[in-house]
Design a protein around this ligand. Structure first.
Ligand code: PMP
Ligand code: GLN
Length: 394
C-alpha cells in the first residue's frame, strides 16, 4: 500500500481549513438527516442497544433493507441469507473485493474511479483494468467499445458505480445492458456501488412524464441474468445525510453474501449497533421523503451549475450524486490539479481535481487533467457564497 498517501478528500478538506476557503471538495452534507432518524439513534442508545449486534446485522435493519429493495426496485431478498450489514459502503466494497479477487485477477472498473475502489483492488492483490467514461456534451458517457475490449480471460469482477462519483453520471439503460452483456459473456461477478441511488435528477427543462427520457436509477441486478452474479452495495450516508454513521449493506445471492460475511467478520466483526434500528426506521420513510431529497439536490445542482457557468466555467451535464464537473479552460486554466491548489488563493474556494480519480498515464487521466469536481451537497448560503467568490476568476 506504499503508493497510497492521504486521500484527495483529506488533503483538500485540510486545505479548506487552513485557508478558510469554502469547501466544495469533499462530498458531505452540512445539514443533518431527518429528525426521526437522529432521535432513533439517541433512543436506541438510551434503551441499551450498545453491545455487539449479530454478525450479519440486526434483523430489524436486514428486514428494512429487504423491504426497501422490494418497494423501489421489485427485488426480492431473504433477509436471513441475502443481506449483510457493513461499516459503510466502503467496508462492503473492500470485503467483497477481498472475498472474490485472487492475486492477479483483473477487476474492470469505470474510470474516473472513486478512490476506495483502486485501494480495495490493491488490498486484494488484484489488477485494476480501467474502463473509460468519456467527457462529452451529454456528460461523461461509458465507452462501450472500450469496455468490450477491456474484458479478457483474467477478468474476474466488474466494479460498477451508478449514479457515479465523481462524474455525476447515471448510466442509461443501453449502457447498463452493455455492462450486463459483458458480465454474462465473461462470467464476471458485478459489484455495484449504488450509494447515490436516491440522488437522481431530471435534466433542467425535463418534466417527469410519459415520453420524456428522465434519468432513473436502475439497479443492474434487475437486468436479465444479473441477479445471480451481482452484489449490490448501498449505505445510509448519502440517502439520509449521515455520512459519519457508516452503516452500509450489501445484498445478492446467498453464496456471494456468505463469502463477503466471512471477510467482514475479521475486518470489523460487527458495527454501529444503535445506528442500525434508526436507519431501519428511515428506510421505511414515505415516498415523499425520497422525492423531496432528490428535488432539493436537483435545485442545488442547478444553482451551482448556473453559478459556475456565470463565472465562465464549462459545466458538464450530470444527472445524479453530489457532484458536477467544471471545465476551467474557457477561463484560461489548463491544469485542474494546479488550479485546485491555487483556487483557495485565487477565489477562496476548494474543489477536487478530476485527475485524482484516474490512473496516471491512462487516456481518461489525460482527458480529466484540466477538469474539476465541485460538490453541491451544501446549504444554499454556502453555495451562493462559493459562486459569488468564483466570479473573481472571470
Ligand atoms: N461509494 C461512493 C461512490 C462514495 O461516493 C462514497 C462516499 N461517500 C462511498 C462509497 C462510501 O460510503 P460509506 O461512507 O457508506 O462507506
Ligand atoms: N464520498 C465523498 C466524496 O467523494 C467523501 C469520501 C471520503 O472522504 N472518503 O467526496
Amino acid at each position: 500500500m506504499r503508493r497510497f498517501g492521504p486521500t484527495i478528500f483529506a488533503e483538500m478538506s485540510a486545505l479548506a481549513q487552513r485557508t478558510g476557503a469554502v469547501n466544495l471538495g469533499q462530498g458531505f452534507p452540512d445539514t443533518d438527516g431527518p429528525a426521526s432518524l437522529l432521535e432513533g439513534a439517541v433512543e436506541a442508545i438510551r434503551s441499551g442497544v450498545n453491545q455487539y449486534p449479530p454478525g450479519i446485522g440486526m434483523p430489524v435493519l436486514l428486514e428494512a433493507v429487504a423491504r426497501h429493495q422490494r418497494r423501489f426496485y421489485g427485488i426480492t431478498l431473504d433477509p436471513a441469507t441475502e443481506i449483510l450489514v457493513t461499516a459503510g459502503a466502503t467496508e462492503a466494497l473492500s470485503a467483497a473485493l477481498l472475498a472474490l479477487v485472487e492475486t492477479g485477477d483483473e477487476v474492470l472498473v469505470l474510470e474516473p474511479a472513486y478512490d476506495a475502489y483502486v485501494a480495495g483492488i490493491a488490498l486484494a492483490g488484484g489488477v485494476q483494468r480501467p474502463v473509460p467514461l468519456r467527457p462529452t456534451p451529454q456528460g461523461w458517457r461509458l465507452d462501450v467499445a472500450a469496455l468490450r475490449a477491456a474484458a479478457n480471460g483474467r477478468s474476474r469482477v466488474l466494479l460498477l458505480n451508478t449514479p457515479h462519483n465523481p462524474t455525476g453520471t447515471v448510466l442509461t439503460a443501453a449502457e447498463l445492458t452493455a455492462v450486463a452483456e459483458v458480465a454474462v459473456e465473461h462470467d464476471l461477478v458485478v459489484i455495484t456501488d449504488e450509494v447515490y441511488e436516491h440522488l437522481v435528477y431530471p435534466r433542467p427543462g425535463d418534466v417527469d412524464g410519459p415520453g420524456r427520457d428522465v434519468p432513473l436509477h436502475v439497479p443492474i441486478a434487475t437486468l436479465p441474468g444479473m441477479a445471480e452474479r451481482t452484489l449490490t452495495v448501498s449505505s445510509a450516508g448519502k440517502t439520509f445525510s449521515v455520512t459519519g454513521w457508516k452503516i452500509g449493506w450489501v445484498s445478492g445471492p446467498a453464496e456471494l453474501v456468505a463469502a463477503v460475511r466471512t471477510v467482514k467478520q475479521f475486518l470489523t466483526y460487527v458495527n454501529g449497533a444503535p445506528f442500525q434500528p434508526a436507519v431501519a426506521g428511515a428506510l421505511d420513510l414515505p415516498d415523499a421523503f425520497f422525492t423531496e431529497l432528490a428535488a432539493d439536490h436537483a435545485r442545488r445542482r442547478d444553482l451551482l451549475a448556473d453559478g459556475l457557468r456565470a463565472g465562465g466555467f464549462g459545466v458538464l451535464p450530470a444527472d445524479g450524486t453530489y457532484f458536477l464537473t467544471a471545465d476551467p479552460r474557457p477561463l484560461g486554466f489548463e491544469d485542474g490539479t494546479d488550479l485546485c491548489r491555487r483556487l483557495p488563493g485565487l477565489a477562496g474556494v476548494v474543489a477536487v481535481p478530476m485527475a485524482a480519480f484516474c490512473k496516471p498515464g491512462s487516456p481518461t487521466h489525460a482527458r480529466a487533467a484540466p477538469l474539476l469536481r465541485f460538490t453541491f451537497c451544501k446549504s444554499d448560503a454556502v453555495l451562493h457564497e462559493a459562486v459569488d467568490r468564483l466570479q473573481r476568476l472571470a
